[in-house]
Design a protein around this ligand. Structure first.
Ligand SMILES: Nc1nc2c(ncn2[C@@H]2O[C@H](COP(=O)(O)OP(=O)(O)OP(=O)(O)O)[C@@H](O)[C@H]2O)c(=O)[nH]1
Ligand SMILES: [Mg+2]
Length: 363
């Protein structure tokens, strides 16, 4: 799709050369909307011919992706915190596919994914960067790994943004009701601040002419575009600065501190802060405890610790594949239902403290 790519590049160049001030902000806002619209078209087209990318599925354990430039020590970290053995090499692109490992921390388990290194220009297809980054849409936490020779995360953050991934951000608080007529009505609730004319022209750029849009927070054009598109994912992220045993470490650490990224300093070679890293990862992912109660036997004493958002199906799969194949119904007592022993299906989401009993078809 060279045509679209070129068009996007031209528009980006235009933003770069336009000085940002009151007089140009509308112009820039509209260009940003145009870029977002073109990116959407590109994404839709590339989906049609897709099928070669990496794919991961959500399970009961949270998935955590190790993302970073080549050779910073991602695989070394995977090997240090999990049972896995991913190849480590003193050259770039040692890891060529996704290598999973299981990290245990207290009574919890986490699926850690070691990914190939990502270089600048990934969205243009350099390396397998685009595929690597798009995998991260489905993870529960992104761990950005850097080292003292490659410590500037800005291109990585940009690559994530281009894939529609927003790190350490909340979804914009806004609602859109599309209508057949009546024009565009943008209103606000509370103290939100924004430039109404600019947001109107952005909406038109997306072909939204008749709609009621309610904003519940202040909106920059970028946040508004995210809300209009509605296909962004919001994922927490933490930063690691590895190789703390090397002399150039301090300078890189101070740089990341100045960006308020709170990097976790680690050294795999010197085994420094490996437990701290596990603790930080575990602390960033919300887990819930579910008690499995067999219908004809005493309850297991230990609850299952699963990802927040897990369904009855996720839990069943983790116990035994037969639980899904022969599933008849389940009953739950707890926060996720209105009354004790309520019947639920496979798609029901469990909540912390739920007691679950699964009933199977015979045969
Ligand atoms: N000094 C030092 N070297 C390290 C440390 N961690 C990893 N290394 C070395 O850095 C090199 C790259 O390590 P890998 O774990 O293969 O790096 P990677 O990020 O997985 O690399 P790619 O898969 O190529 O992207 C190897 O030579 C490691 O031995 C560390 O804490 N300190
Ligand atoms: Mg590797």
């Amino acid at each position: 799709m060279p045509a679209i790519d070129d068009e996007i590049k031209e528009l980006e160049a235009e933003i770069k050369k336009t000085q940002y001030n009151k007089a140009t902000e509308h112009h820039i806002g509209r260009i940003k909307a145009k870029i977002a619209r073109l990116e959407k078209v590109r994404e839709e087209r590339s989906k049609k011919g897709a099928g070669t990318g990496f794919f991961i599925k959500k399970g009961i354990y949270p998935s955590i992706g190790l993302l970073g430039p080549p050779s910073v020590g991602k695989s070394s970290i995977l090997n240090a915190i999990t049972n896995a053995e991913s190849r480590v090499g003193a050259y770039d692109f040692t890891t060529l596919s996704i290598v999973p490992g299981v990290m245990e921390y207290r009574d919890m388990k986490f699926r850690i994914l070691d990914l190939p290194g990502v270089i600048e220009g990934a969205h243009e297809g350099r390396g397998r960067g685009k595929e690597v980054i798009s995998v991260l849409r489905n993870v529960d936490l992104i761990v950005v790994v850097l080292d003292p020779s490659k410590y500037d995360p800005s291109y990585i953050i940009k690559e994530l943004q281009r894939e529609g991934i927003r790190i350490n951000q909340k979804p914009p608080k806004m609602s859109i009701l599309l209508k057949d007529k009546g024009g565009l009505n943008i209103t606000k609730v509370g103290k939100s601040e924004f430039d109404i004319e600019l947001l109107e022209s952005i909406s038109r750029e997306f072909g939204i002419i008749n709609a009621d849009i309610i904003l519940r927070q202040s909106m920059t054009p970028d946040v508004f575009i995210d809300g209009l598109l509605g296909n962004r994912v919001y994922i927490p992220a933490i930063f690691i600065l590895n190789k703390s045993d090397t002399p150039e470490f301090q300078k890189a650490y101070e740089f990341l501190e100045s960006l308020n990224l709170n990097p976790i300093p680690t050294s795999v070679t010197k085994k420094r802060n490996i437990d701290l890293l596990k603790e930080k990862i575990a602390g960033k992912v919300r887990m819930i405890r579910v008690h499995l109660i067999p219908w004809n036997a005493p309850a297991d004493e230990e609850p299952m610790v699963v990802r927040e958002g897990s369904t009855v199906e996720d839990v069943c799969k983790a116990v035994h594949t037969e639980f899904v194949e022969k599933f008849k119904f389940a009953t739950i007592t707890g926060k996720s239902v209105r009354f004790p022993n309520q019947r639920v299906g496979l798609q029901h989401r469990v909540q912390d403290g739920d007691s679950l009993t699964v009933f199977l078809n015979k045969g």
